[in-house]
Design a protein around this ligand. Structure first.
Ligand code: NAD
Ligand code: ZN
Length: 375
């Protein structure tokens, strides 16, 4: 079958690879209908991780079940399904507590499991014609048959639940003000989720105009950080800062090209949120970052302004999203026409166009806010 394979920094190719097959009785094989490219793929794509060539990318997958293992009880051939990016067993102590991003069976090291991702298990990605899904009864979310809402449902594997998770970590409540750093797909989904939870005002910080435009389109207030300090712009518009803050950028801001002084988004958030406010961090920070600008940063150690954090009595939640904690509810909001996360999708491309799509999404080009591949 054809698949998107990582060849090295800034280089992916569409290649023929071996078809996946049932390896455990609890597996299913899914014929992929849509697989999205994620900002998380760019960490590997840009050579900022220890990823080795040969990985089949793609953790934002949906499709139709093609083959069912003998031990699978709740799924059948022909079912339309969405797969959380987390690969999880469903029976370890973390999964039982709902923390499926930290499944101890698939990855006792603590980083959890995922499709097509370095350090997160041996699972091939779904930017391909077919995907093997382990522990399938647990890791497939059934969708209505047909092709309706394809782009909306495609957001259920990762960024919609991840954006929602950010608001859960920050404990966004009705009437509150929220600052979201990053207007990438994840930041936009966090802003959208904050509105769903009843936030009164949401600020979204970025410098890419068409992404800021999307933020404005959903009713958020865009803040361009090239027009002056983002924390100052937001504190000026609120009385002493927002109630809650969300980091949807992560450590990549510290290695942003052309920035003389690498920004640490967490410090901006500490400056933006009012005393006793709360932060939700879903932007990725890595324990190992060979591309970092200093030796310390390469070990994942950044200078966080803990003094101000303490003085303001802030609190924080962080980590990969437990997609399964939210994907069923968010699916039902889509079905009820109460949520339409596909507003972020700007480009549909066949698998063959993946190399170009990666290049353009990586440059944050206009019209490439979220790319979905259609094998
Ligand atoms: P993206 O790269 O498309 O978006 C990041 C955005 O941040 C870009 O628009 C960029 O212009 C902006 N940015 C850069 N520096 C900034 C700064 N100093 N201040 C404000 N904005 C800045 O990526 P994405 O797909 O939206 O993902 C965002 C982050 O979320 C990535 O780190 C990704 O790995 C992570 N992620 C985490 C989870 C999770 O489960 N926790 C899931 C998916 C993605
Ligand atoms: Zn993703």
């Amino acid at each position: 079958m054809k698949a998107v394979v990582y060849e090295g920094p800034h280089d992916v190719a569409v290649k023929d690879v071996r078809d996946p097959r049932i390896e455990q009785p609890t597996d299913v094989i899914v014929r992929i209908t849509t697989s999205a490219i994620c900002g998380s793929d760019l960490h590997m794509y840009e050579g900022r991780t220890v990823a080795e060539p040969g990985i089949v990318f793609g953790h934002e997958n949906m499709g139709v079940i093609e083959e069912v293992g003998q031990g699978v009880t709740s799924l059948a051939e022909g079912d339309r399904v969405s797969m959380p990016f987390n690969v999880a067993c469903g029976f370890c102590r973390n999964c039982l507590a709902g923390d499926t991003a930290f499944c101890l069976t698939v990855n006792p090291g603590g980083a959890g499991g995922a499709y097509g991702y370095v350090g997160m298990g041996p699972y091939d990605g779904g930017q391909a014609e077919y995907l093997r899904v382990p522990f399938a009864d647990f890791n497939c979310l059934p969708l209505p048959q047909g092709t309706e809402h394809e782009d909306d449902f495609a957001m259920l594997a990762d960024i919609f639940p991840t954006g929602y998770h950010a608001t859960e970590l920050a404990d966004v409540s009705p009437g509150e003000t929220v600052a979201v750093y990053g207007a990438g797909p994840v930041g936009l989904m966090a802003a959208y989720s904050a509105m769903l939870r009843g936030a009164s005002r949401v600020f979204v910080v970025d410098k890419v105009q068409d992404r800021l435009d999307l933020a404005e389109q959903i009713g958020a207030e865009p803040i361009d950080f090239t027009q002056g300090s983002a924390p100052e712009q937001i504190v000026d518009r609120t009385s002493g800062g927002t109630d809650k803050g969300i980091d949807a950028v992560g450590y990549q801001a510290t290695v942003a090209e052309g920035e003389e002084q690498p920004a640490i988004v967490l410090n901006n958030l500490i400056a933006t949120v009012r005393p006793t406010g709360r932060l939700g961090v879903v932007g990725l920070y890595l324990p190992e970052d060979p591309g970092a600008p200093s030796e310390e940063a390469a070990k994942g150690r950044l200078l966080i302004d803990i003094g101000t954090y303490f003085e303001k009595g802030l609190s924080m939640g962080s980590g990969q999203a437990n997609v399964k904690a939210y994907n069923r509810q968010l699916r039902d909001l889509i079905i009820a026409e109460r949520a339409k996360p596909s507003f972020v999708v700007s480009k549909r491309a066949p698998l063959d166009e993946a190399p170009e799509a990666y290049e353009r999404f990586d440059r944050r080009e206009e019209g490439y806010s979220k790319v979905v591949l259609t094998p």
